[in-house]
Design a protein around this ligand. Structure first.
Ligand code: GLA
Length: 376
């Protein structure tokens, strides 16, 4: 079956995301500070005359399914991002969906921690919502996309990625309360610094299972804390002093996770105020603290990421550096003086190659709008 992309349809541009600070906080009900970026997944989608859906991707081949049939989890992971979203849309608007063809191209590296998966999920969700007049709100589409990750992909993720990809705005950071989903737009004014991602090009396969383990450890910490402090509903809300007061009741690693979460939530709020006051150096110093916490207390780093952050420690032109996203590979995010960007990229590439014999991919990013749809 050859897809017919001459038919009238829509063009969906769906961005990846960065997160400045507030890592592993979304599923603990705290605050995060992400933004959508100028690297995107492009989806060309149009309706067909029947119930057949044909999805093709530049790199991953193609697959098809009947929209009226029960959808099963696929053994090919990227297909689950699409299947999970379509399944979620069907549950909300069963009879309104028909067959469609979708062609996917992407500028987003896969497994780099910049949410190529959320970009695909939210692009499909918003695109089909538009094409079939489903009338679902952005929040409903975000939730459907997040649940695709839970139910089809198997990662029990929080809401940050899907929220940033859908609601992002050019030149803005989103200070998002992941519990209430209230958010504040903060000017992304980093001048004279630029945002540079250093993609380690490693993606340790621990990522998904360890992610779910961290989530379970945080739930356990909260449960134990609640035995004495029933007023806390989310781990991110628990002050450090309370965590210290129940330290003997918490298993060692669980205590470390709780400590990190409490500190990171406070750091994020502090960082947002520093950003608003134009104090980028202070903001950057907090990013380093986050890295230490993610590496030592939360244990989601790896030698490659620690090395990349370590490279920047003595460079006055880099004010902040840390792991970004879930961890165990992917990118570090760095705030780098504009006139040093090229130097940093070259130096990091060379040193990284020497240390690990792996090619580094540096990426200069800007903030951008969330999912956008045009007709063609
Ligand atoms: C992944 C998840 C997010 C978030 C980050 C860590 O990107 O999808 O929900 O938990 O990890 O901050």
């Amino acid at each position: 079956m050859t897809p017919n992309f001459k038919a009238k349809g829509i063009l969906v541009k769906s961005p990846g995301r960065i997160n400045l600070i507030g890592e592993h906080i979304d599923y603990n009900g705290g605050h995060v500070l992400p933004a959508a970026i100028d690297l995107k997944v492009t989806l060309q989608i149009h309706k067909t005359e029947n119930n057949l859906c044909i999805i093709s991707s530049e790199d991953g081949g193609s697959f098809s399914f009947d929209i009226k049939q029960h959808l099963e989890i696929s053994s090919t992971q990227w297909e689950n991002y699409v299947l999970g979203v379509v399944d979620g849309l069907k549950k909300k608007r069963h009879n309104q969906l028909g067959g469609f063809e979708c062609n996917i191209t992407t500028e987003l590296p896969i497994g780099a921690g910049i949410s190529s998966s959320a970009a695909l999920e939210c692009g499909i969700a918003k695109g089909l919502n538009h094409l079939f007049d489903l009338n679902l709100s952005d929040i409903e589409l975000i939730e459907i996309s997040r649940m695709a990750e839970h139910n089809f992909v198997g990662t029990k993720c929080g809401v940050m990625d899907q929220f940033a990809v859908t609601m992002g705005q050019n030149n803005k950071l989103l200070l998002l309360n992941c519990e209430s989903l209230e958010y504040q737009l903060i000017d992304a004014n980093f001048s004279p610094y630029k945002i540079v991602l250093l993609n380690s090009n490693v993606s340790h396969n621990l990522a998904s299972s360890e992610y779910n383990t961290r989530r379970a450890e945080c739930n356990l910490a909260l449960k134990i804390i609640q035995e004495q402090h029933a007023n806390f509903n989310f781990l991110a809300d628990v002050p450090e002093v309370i965590i210290e007061s129940v330290k003997e009741k918490l298993p060692g690693k669980v205590y470390q996770r709780a400590l990190y979460v409490s500190r990171e939530n406070s750091r994020t709020l502090k960082a947002a105020s520093l950003m608003q006051a134009g104090k980028i150096e202070g903001f950057g110093a907090l990013m380093y603290q986050t890295h230490m916490g993610l590496s030592k207390n939360y244990e989601v780093s790896c030698p490659e990421l620690d090395f990349l952050v370590g490279l920047t420690l003595d460079l006055p032109q880099v004010v902040g550096s840390r792991i970004m996203g879930g961890g165990f590979g992917g990118c570090t995010i760095n705030l780098v003086k504009e006139d040093f960007v090229q130097n940093l990229m070259e130096m990091a590439e060379e040193q990284y190659k020497k240390e690990f014999d792996i090619t580094l991919t540096p990426i200069l990013v800007e903030t951008s709008n969330g999912v956008e749809i045009t007709n063609y």
